[in-house]
Design a protein around this ligand. Sequence first.
Ligand code: ADE
Length: 241
Amino acid sequence: MTPPWRATILTLFPEMFPGPLGVSLAGKALASGLWELEARDIRNSATDKHRSVDDTPAGGGPGMVLRPDILAAAIDAANVAPDRPRLLMSPRGRPLTQARVAELATGPGPLIVCGRFEGIDQRVIDARSLEEVSIGDYVLSGGEIAAMALVDACVRLLPGVMGKEASGAEESFSEGLLEYPQYTRPQAFEGRTIPEILTSGDHAKVAAWRRAESEALTRARRPDLWGLRAQQKPPKDTTKG
Ligand code: ADE
């Protein structure tokens, strides 16, 4: 039997895990063995009596830099199979997409290095072929929350985690569209009613309405996604009658 999907986290704050990954959907799946989480303390690879892991930046400047020898030792000690992706959460990484999440969820599961301080010595990024991944154009105080976001996005895609309710949000996002608005009872809320089409029972009309709403939202809020779609769509075939 193949072992379950596994996330190996290298961090200076292992006590942050599982944190939010230990509750709700991901937490239940973790408890039932559908995936595994290992949080390893980078500091355990320190060699001096103060267990220091960082030093001042070469060339000067503020903050501290994680030492390459310590982090390399921590990565090597994790002893992960060579087919597992090695990620480094970093605001200068390639932005995470649903497509990359789906790839990561399909594989054996990543090793994830969580950055702290001003940065990580470039030589260990190169020497251990770390793939830098960002979760957005803003700066967190460390990579841990970013790693949790990535792991959560992967775990919900694992077989058996979501059950049959494969959500519309998922489907619309992988198509490059934002999700259409949802409604439920009561029929009237503070004077606002549910769009009539949704209670008409006409499934084709409902589907067309949702599609149009998704497209309008995407165009208005995410011109970047909308532009990508236009590029990817094959040109209309005008040769057929
Ligand atoms: N570490 C700090 N900020 C980050 C971000 N935006 N994405 C990934 N890792 C980070």
